[in-house]
Design a protein around this ligand. Structure first.
Ligand code: AMP
Ligand code: GLY
Length: 423
């Protein structure tokens, strides 16, 4: 099979790394890829938002199967465009990707199909939005309806903060048109986890749960990022809870999406808030998490490509997944300044030494090759990933590898996994 992976982050490096191991993968391309992906796939210079370019590349190169990493590519409809050309792809149609593309749509699906989540209201009118805040009272959460690169969520401790959040989104348009509509919802307390399931339109196959650290600073402080690290298993998702999540959350969502005329295919990323053993949905994403994907792919023992193809072909019944009975952790190394402004083009050395630490694979995110050198080209740059018998042991190996990397302009959090380890 000739396979194309779309994207160029750590998630896509992990996907390429897993897919390249499949005996069914005859040739692997990645668009646009990065310096690390170039070790396992041929990188092609087409961006993840260049839908025409991606379709043309897939047609010209007789690609058999396309795996889409980022949500924006899905929301822009790449899967629909490929299917029109008879090319199979992993990921939802544009219509189904609205589950992530519009938080209001997502909340309506949850409400209509009785799936546990925070109470909410949808607003296009500023005064009505503020009146809802006055009625419900803080703490409360204000979100842009549309995609805002993970930044359109403001947790408000007072009513005044919530009024200001509404003004910033709706009047000042800080998040552009994403904030033309806002969702205001209940502030949920508890512990978060990311749960993943493969979906083939009708059936779902559970993957595993992970926990990520969104905040940039140790102790989960400071501004939110795309994710500074993750680990699996997530102890807060106790074994019996998976059946509950599949029956009460994933199954009704898939049924609901089919009834709404937008059957869901791909991976369903369920962002959960768990309190006293009860999981509620915080949000859905229509793609793998980044950096959660890195630890999922490390623990997956089965052939990743066969599983993704089965999901795309509506054949998940044929698949039985095996996992390494181990823990995995990814520590993200980012350029100093991230998630604010940062310098590009600094050199990273000793990556080979890091890869040689037992149990460790370094996935690249924002890197680019220049001759023999690897340069940082983004905010999140590396995902130093380790697999070991326990979360504590994986943490030890990951930080050992971090210690070998020579990159003065980079930083990481040194407490990834604290919740699991302190438990
Ligand atoms: P989202 O982009 O919707 O995942 O939100 C980003 C982060 O904001 C989540 O990972 C949570 O930490 C937090 N968050 C979102 N919604 C809520 C909520 N209703 N209650 C408490 N925290 C929330
Ligand atoms: N790590 C969270 C996300 O991918 O949205």
């Amino acid at each position: 099979m000739k396979v194309l992976v779309v994207g160029g982050g750590g998630r896509e490096h992990a996907l390429c790394w897993a897919i390249a191991k499949s005996p069914k993968c005859a040739k692997l391309f990645c668009a646009p890829g990065n310096a690390g992906i170039a070790d396992v796939a041929e990188c092609v210079n087409v961006g993840a938002e260049d839908i025409d370019g991606l379709v043309a590349f897939a047609v010209d190169n007789a690609i058999d199967f396309v795996v889409v990493g980022p949500e924006v590519t899905l929301v822009l409809g790449l899967v629909d465009r490929l299917e029109e050309k008879g090319i199979k792809a992993f990921g939802p149609s544009a219509k189904a990707a609205v589950l992530e593309g519009s938080k209001g749509f997502m909340k309506d699906i949850l409400a209509k199909y009785n799936i546990p989540t925070a109470y909410y209201g949808r607003f296009t009118d500023i005064e009505a939005a503020k009146a809802y805040v006055t009625e419900k009272g803080a703490p409360i959460v204000v979100k842009t309806d549309g995609l805002a690169a993970g930044k359109g969520v403001i947790l408000c401790q007072t009513n005044e903060e919530a009024y200001a959040a509404i003004d910033s989104m709706m009047t000042d348009q800080v998040f552009g048109s994403a904030g033309n509509e806002v969702v205001i919802e209940e502030f949920l307390e508890g512990e978060e986890a990311s749960f993943f399931a493969l979906v083939d339109g009708e059936r779902a196959l559970p993957l595993i749960a992970a926990q990520d650290h969104k905040a940039v600073g140790e102790g989960d402080t400071g501004p939110n990022t795309g994710g500074m690290g993750a680990y699996t298993p997530a102890p807060v998702v106790v074994p019996g809870m998976i059946d509950h999540i599949m029956d009460e959350i994933v199954a009704p969502t898939i049924k609901g999406m089919a009834s709404e005329g937008c059957p869901y295919k791909g991976v369903l990323f369920v962002g959960l808030m768990i309190k006293d053993g009860v999981p509620k949905v915080l949000e859905y994403n229509v793609r793998f998490g980044d950096p959660e994907c890195q630890v999922l792919m490390m623990r997956l023992k089965s052939d990743a490509l066969l599983a993704l193809v089965a999901a795309a072909e509506g054949r998940l019944d044929d698949i039985d997944l095996e996992w390494h009975d181990m823990a995995a952790m990814v520590v993200v190394m980012a350029t100093q300044g991230y998630p604010g402004s940062y310098e590009k083009g600094t050199e990273i050395k000793n990556l080979k030494e890091a890869d040689e630490v037992e149990g460790v694979t370094v996935f690249h995110a924002g890197t680019k090759a220049e001759g023999d050198k690897v340069l940082a080209s983004g905010g999140r740059v590396l995902g130093v990933t380790a697999m070991a018998p326990t979360v504590a042991a994986a943490q030890k190996q990951a930080y050992k590898a971090v210690g070998t990397i020579d990159w003065p302009e980079g930083f990481c959090r040194f407490d990834i996994g604290w919740r699991a380890i302190n438990r």
